[in-house]
Design a protein around this ligand. Structure first.
Ligand code: NAD
Length: 264
Protein backbone atom coordinates (compact mmCIF):
# COMPACT_ATOMS: atom_id res chain seq x y z
CA UNK A 1 0.00 0.00 0.00
CA UNK A 2 1.01 3.64 -0.54
CA UNK A 3 -0.10 4.49 3.00
CA UNK A 4 2.52 5.95 5.34
CA UNK A 5 1.92 3.51 8.22
CA UNK A 6 0.92 0.40 6.24
CA UNK A 7 2.42 -2.72 7.81
CA UNK A 8 3.33 -0.90 11.04
CA UNK A 9 2.02 -1.95 14.44
CA UNK A 10 1.90 0.28 17.49
CA UNK A 11 0.65 0.63 21.04
CA UNK A 12 -1.28 3.70 22.20
CA UNK A 13 -1.22 4.31 25.97
CA UNK A 14 -3.34 7.04 27.59
CA UNK A 15 -6.64 6.98 25.71
CA UNK A 16 -9.45 7.97 28.09
CA UNK A 17 -12.12 9.43 25.77
CA UNK A 18 -12.59 11.18 22.42
CA UNK A 19 -11.10 14.41 23.85
CA UNK A 20 -7.79 12.69 24.69
CA UNK A 21 -4.64 13.71 22.83
CA UNK A 22 -4.13 9.95 22.41
CA UNK A 23 -7.32 9.87 20.32
CA UNK A 24 -6.04 12.57 17.92
CA UNK A 25 -2.82 10.60 17.54
CA UNK A 26 -4.57 7.22 17.13
CA UNK A 27 -6.88 8.63 14.47
CA UNK A 28 -4.01 10.08 12.42
CA UNK A 29 -2.11 6.78 12.64
CA UNK A 30 -5.17 4.65 11.88
CA UNK A 31 -6.05 6.76 8.83
CA UNK A 32 -2.46 6.29 7.62
CA UNK A 33 -2.90 2.50 7.75
CA UNK A 34 -1.29 1.59 11.08
CA UNK A 35 -2.48 -1.41 13.07
CA UNK A 36 -3.17 -0.29 16.65
CA UNK A 37 -3.35 -1.72 20.17
CA UNK A 38 -4.59 0.31 23.12
CA UNK A 39 -4.00 0.20 26.85
CA UNK A 40 -6.42 1.67 29.38
CA UNK A 41 -6.11 2.45 33.09
CA UNK A 42 -8.66 0.49 35.12
CA UNK A 43 -11.89 -1.31 34.22
CA UNK A 44 -14.01 1.88 34.33
CA UNK A 45 -12.23 3.21 31.22
CA UNK A 46 -12.51 -0.04 29.23
CA UNK A 47 -16.08 0.69 28.14
CA UNK A 48 -14.96 4.08 26.76
CA UNK A 49 -11.76 2.87 25.11
CA UNK A 50 -13.02 -0.36 23.44
CA UNK A 51 -15.60 1.37 21.15
CA UNK A 52 -13.04 4.01 20.11
CA UNK A 53 -10.51 1.29 19.33
CA UNK A 54 -13.16 -0.51 17.29
CA UNK A 55 -13.71 2.62 15.17
CA UNK A 56 -10.07 2.26 14.08
CA UNK A 57 -10.40 -1.49 13.49
CA UNK A 58 -8.61 -2.53 16.68
CA UNK A 59 -9.77 -5.20 19.12
CA UNK A 60 -6.48 -5.33 21.03
CA UNK A 61 -7.55 -3.35 24.11
CA UNK A 62 -5.54 -4.22 27.21
CA UNK A 63 -5.43 -3.00 30.82
CA UNK A 64 -2.34 -1.30 32.22
CA UNK A 65 -1.82 0.82 35.31
CA UNK A 66 1.69 2.21 34.90
CA UNK A 67 2.13 2.64 38.67
CA UNK A 68 2.24 -1.18 38.90
CA UNK A 69 5.31 -2.83 37.28
CA UNK A 70 3.53 -6.22 37.10
CA UNK A 71 0.73 -4.57 35.12
CA UNK A 72 3.26 -3.14 32.62
CA UNK A 73 4.89 -6.57 32.25
CA UNK A 74 1.51 -8.24 31.71
CA UNK A 75 0.62 -5.72 28.98
CA UNK A 76 3.83 -6.34 27.04
CA UNK A 77 3.61 -10.12 27.48
CA UNK A 78 0.13 -10.14 25.94
CA UNK A 79 1.29 -7.81 23.17
CA UNK A 80 4.27 -10.04 22.42
CA UNK A 81 2.03 -13.13 22.20
CA UNK A 82 -0.36 -11.33 19.82
CA UNK A 83 2.10 -9.46 17.62
CA UNK A 84 5.70 -10.55 18.25
CA UNK A 85 7.16 -7.27 17.08
CA UNK A 86 6.30 -3.64 17.65
CA UNK A 87 7.07 -0.61 15.44
CA UNK A 88 5.92 2.32 17.56
CA UNK A 89 4.77 3.37 21.01
CA UNK A 90 2.73 6.37 22.13
CA UNK A 91 2.85 7.38 25.82
CA UNK A 92 0.14 9.99 26.54
CA UNK A 93 -0.01 9.57 30.31
CA UNK A 94 0.39 12.02 33.16
CA UNK A 95 -1.07 12.44 36.62
CA UNK A 96 -0.81 14.60 39.75
CA UNK A 97 -3.12 15.39 42.67
CA UNK A 98 -5.23 18.28 41.41
CA UNK A 99 -5.01 19.99 44.81
CA UNK A 100 -1.35 20.61 43.93
CA UNK A 101 -2.11 21.96 40.42
CA UNK A 102 -3.02 25.29 41.99
CA UNK A 103 -1.36 27.48 44.60
CA UNK A 104 2.40 27.37 45.14
CA UNK A 105 4.91 24.79 43.89
CA UNK A 106 6.88 25.21 47.11
CA UNK A 107 3.98 23.62 49.04
CA UNK A 108 4.13 20.31 47.08
CA UNK A 109 3.96 17.24 49.33
CA UNK A 110 6.57 14.50 49.19
CA UNK A 111 3.93 11.83 48.55
CA UNK A 112 2.43 13.64 45.57
CA UNK A 113 5.88 14.60 44.25
CA UNK A 114 6.88 10.92 44.17
CA UNK A 115 3.58 9.77 42.68
CA UNK A 116 3.69 12.47 39.99
CA UNK A 117 7.26 11.49 39.05
CA UNK A 118 6.38 7.78 39.00
CA UNK A 119 3.31 8.08 36.76
CA UNK A 120 4.37 11.05 34.61
CA UNK A 121 8.13 10.47 34.22
CA UNK A 122 9.33 6.98 35.19
CA UNK A 123 6.46 5.23 33.39
CA UNK A 124 7.78 6.39 30.00
CA UNK A 125 11.21 4.88 30.70
CA UNK A 126 9.55 1.71 32.03
CA UNK A 127 7.43 1.17 28.91
CA UNK A 128 10.24 2.06 26.50
CA UNK A 129 12.36 -0.55 28.31
CA UNK A 130 9.75 -3.23 27.51
CA UNK A 131 9.00 -1.94 24.00
CA UNK A 132 12.69 -1.97 23.02
CA UNK A 133 12.75 -5.76 23.22
CA UNK A 134 9.91 -5.97 20.67
CA UNK A 135 11.32 -3.31 18.30
CA UNK A 136 13.58 -5.72 16.45
CA UNK A 137 13.32 -3.80 13.14
CA UNK A 138 13.86 -0.40 14.77
CA UNK A 139 11.06 1.74 16.08
CA UNK A 140 9.74 5.09 17.20
CA UNK A 141 8.58 6.11 20.69
CA UNK A 142 6.68 9.28 21.54
CA UNK A 143 5.63 11.02 24.75
CA UNK A 144 3.64 14.19 25.47
CA UNK A 145 4.99 17.17 27.34
CA UNK A 146 4.18 20.84 27.99
CA UNK A 147 6.03 24.17 27.95
CA UNK A 148 5.63 24.34 31.74
CA UNK A 149 8.79 22.16 31.78
CA UNK A 150 10.81 25.02 30.29
CA UNK A 151 9.16 28.13 31.74
CA UNK A 152 7.07 28.78 34.83
CA UNK A 153 3.34 28.54 34.07
CA UNK A 154 0.59 29.38 36.55
CA UNK A 155 -0.58 26.32 38.53
CA UNK A 156 1.49 23.77 36.59
CA UNK A 157 3.79 23.39 39.60
CA UNK A 158 4.99 19.81 40.28
CA UNK A 159 3.84 18.75 36.81
CA UNK A 160 6.29 21.27 35.31
CA UNK A 161 9.10 19.68 37.31
CA UNK A 162 7.91 16.23 36.15
CA UNK A 163 7.78 17.29 32.47
CA UNK A 164 11.34 18.65 32.75
CA UNK A 165 12.38 15.17 33.93
CA UNK A 166 10.38 13.56 31.13
CA UNK A 167 12.07 15.76 28.50
CA UNK A 168 15.51 14.85 29.88
CA UNK A 169 14.48 11.16 29.77
CA UNK A 170 13.71 11.54 26.06
CA UNK A 171 17.30 12.66 25.41
CA UNK A 172 18.89 9.83 27.43
CA UNK A 173 16.58 7.20 25.92
CA UNK A 174 17.34 8.51 22.41
CA UNK A 175 21.06 7.92 23.01
CA UNK A 176 20.57 4.47 24.56
CA UNK A 177 18.35 3.15 21.77
CA UNK A 178 19.68 5.02 18.74
CA UNK A 179 22.16 2.27 17.87
CA UNK A 180 19.21 -0.08 17.35
CA UNK A 181 17.44 2.48 15.14
CA UNK A 182 14.84 3.14 17.80
CA UNK A 183 13.94 6.84 17.93
CA UNK A 184 12.57 8.61 21.00
CA UNK A 185 10.87 12.00 20.80
CA UNK A 186 8.39 14.26 22.60
CA UNK A 187 5.66 16.57 21.42
CA UNK A 188 5.18 19.67 23.55
CA UNK A 189 1.50 20.38 22.98
CA UNK A 190 -0.21 23.70 23.60
CA UNK A 191 -3.14 23.68 26.05
CA UNK A 192 -6.07 21.47 24.96
CA UNK A 193 -9.27 20.91 26.93
CA UNK A 194 -9.04 17.27 28.07
CA UNK A 195 -9.88 15.34 31.22
CA UNK A 196 -6.32 15.72 32.56
CA UNK A 197 -6.28 19.46 31.78
CA UNK A 198 -9.50 20.04 33.71
CA UNK A 199 -7.51 19.43 36.91
CA UNK A 200 -5.31 22.49 36.27
CA UNK A 201 -6.35 25.76 37.95
CA UNK A 202 -7.59 28.66 35.71
CA UNK A 203 -7.30 26.45 32.60
CA UNK A 204 -9.82 28.59 30.66
CA UNK A 205 -7.62 31.65 31.25
CA UNK A 206 -4.52 29.74 30.07
CA UNK A 207 -6.38 28.66 26.88
CA UNK A 208 -7.43 32.28 26.16
CA UNK A 209 -3.91 33.58 26.82
CA UNK A 210 -2.44 31.11 24.32
CA UNK A 211 -5.11 31.84 21.73
CA UNK A 212 -4.46 35.61 21.88
CA UNK A 213 -0.68 35.49 22.13
CA UNK A 214 0.55 32.56 20.00
CA UNK A 215 1.86 33.47 16.51
CA UNK A 216 -1.01 31.53 14.84
CA UNK A 217 -3.55 33.30 17.14
CA UNK A 218 -5.37 30.06 17.89
CA UNK A 219 -5.19 26.99 20.09
CA UNK A 220 -4.07 23.64 18.73
CA UNK A 221 -6.38 20.62 18.36
CA UNK A 222 -5.82 16.93 19.01
CA UNK A 223 -5.70 16.56 15.20
CA UNK A 224 -2.80 19.05 15.00
CA UNK A 225 -0.96 16.94 17.57
CA UNK A 226 -1.97 13.71 15.78
CA UNK A 227 -0.60 14.86 12.43
CA UNK A 228 2.74 15.90 13.97
CA UNK A 229 2.84 12.57 15.82
CA UNK A 230 2.37 10.81 12.48
CA UNK A 231 5.49 12.57 11.19
CA UNK A 232 7.58 11.51 14.19
CA UNK A 233 6.23 7.94 14.29
CA UNK A 234 6.49 7.28 10.55
CA UNK A 235 9.54 7.08 8.29
CA UNK A 236 9.08 10.79 7.53
CA UNK A 237 10.79 11.36 10.88
CA UNK A 238 13.57 8.80 10.22
CA UNK A 239 16.35 11.30 10.93
CA UNK A 240 14.80 12.76 14.09
CA UNK A 241 15.47 11.57 17.64
CA UNK A 242 15.85 13.15 21.07
CA UNK A 243 13.66 16.01 19.82
CA UNK A 244 11.00 18.00 21.61
CA UNK A 245 8.66 19.20 18.86
CA UNK A 246 6.48 22.13 19.93
CA UNK A 247 2.95 21.75 18.54
CA UNK A 248 1.66 24.87 20.23
CA UNK A 249 0.73 27.36 17.46
CA UNK A 250 4.23 28.79 17.99
CA UNK A 251 3.63 29.98 21.55
CA UNK A 252 7.09 28.88 22.71
CA UNK A 253 8.86 31.55 20.59
CA UNK A 254 6.91 34.45 22.07
CA UNK A 255 8.63 36.87 24.48
CA UNK A 256 5.73 39.04 25.60
CA UNK A 257 2.01 39.72 25.29
CA UNK A 258 0.89 40.48 21.74
CA UNK A 259 0.06 44.19 21.19
CA UNK A 260 -3.30 43.20 19.65
CA UNK A 261 -4.21 40.76 22.46
CA UNK A 262 -7.53 41.69 24.10
CA UNK A 263 -7.85 41.75 27.88
CA UNK A 264 -9.00 38.44 29.31
P1 NAD B 1 -6.37 12.61 29.20
O1 NAD B 1 -7.00 12.75 30.55
O2 NAD B 1 -7.27 12.36 28.07
O3 NAD B 1 -5.24 11.51 29.22
C1 NAD B 1 -4.44 11.24 30.35
C2 NAD B 1 -4.33 9.73 30.42
O4 NAD B 1 -3.42 9.33 31.45
C3 NAD B 1 -5.67 9.05 30.72
O5 NAD B 1 -5.99 8.15 29.69
C4 NAD B 1 -5.40 8.32 32.03
O6 NAD B 1 -6.10 7.10 32.11
C5 NAD B 1 -3.90 8.09 31.91
N1 NAD B 1 -3.30 7.72 33.19
C6 NAD B 1 -3.21 8.47 34.33
N2 NAD B 1 -2.65 7.73 35.32
C7 NAD B 1 -2.38 6.51 34.80
C8 NAD B 1 -1.83 5.30 35.31
N3 NAD B 1 -1.45 5.20 36.60
N4 NAD B 1 -1.72 4.23 34.48
C9 NAD B 1 -2.11 4.31 33.19
N5 NAD B 1 -2.65 5.42 32.65
C10 NAD B 1 -2.79 6.50 33.45
O7 NAD B 1 -5.56 13.99 29.00
P2 NAD B 1 -4.51 14.46 27.87
O8 NAD B 1 -4.46 15.94 28.01
O9 NAD B 1 -4.83 13.85 26.57
O10 NAD B 1 -3.12 13.90 28.43
C11 NAD B 1 -2.22 13.12 27.68
C12 NAD B 1 -0.79 13.62 27.86
O11 NAD B 1 -0.66 14.90 27.23
C13 NAD B 1 -0.37 13.84 29.31
O12 NAD B 1 0.98 13.45 29.47
C14 NAD B 1 -0.46 15.35 29.46
O13 NAD B 1 0.36 15.85 30.49
C15 NAD B 1 0.01 15.77 28.10
N6 NAD B 1 -0.28 17.17 27.72
C16 NAD B 1 -1.55 17.65 27.77
C17 NAD B 1 -1.80 18.96 27.42
C18 NAD B 1 -3.20 19.54 27.50
O14 NAD B 1 -3.33 20.76 27.53
N7 NAD B 1 -4.23 18.73 27.54
C19 NAD B 1 -0.76 19.78 26.97
C20 NAD B 1 0.54 19.26 26.90
C21 NAD B 1 0.77 17.94 27.27
Amino acid sequence: SHQLMAGKRGLIMGLANDKSIAWGIARALGEAGAELAFSYQGEALKKRVAPLAEQLGSDLVLPCDVSDPASIDALFETLKESWGKLDFLVHAIGFSDKNELRGRYVDTSRDNFLMTMDISVYSFTAVVNRAEKMMTNGGSCLTLTYYGAERVMPHYNVMGVAKAGLEASVRYLAEDLGKDNIRVNAISAGPIKTLAASGIGDFRYIMKWNEYNSPLRRNVTIDDVGNSALYLLSDLGAGVTGENLHVDAGYHVVGMKAVDAPDI
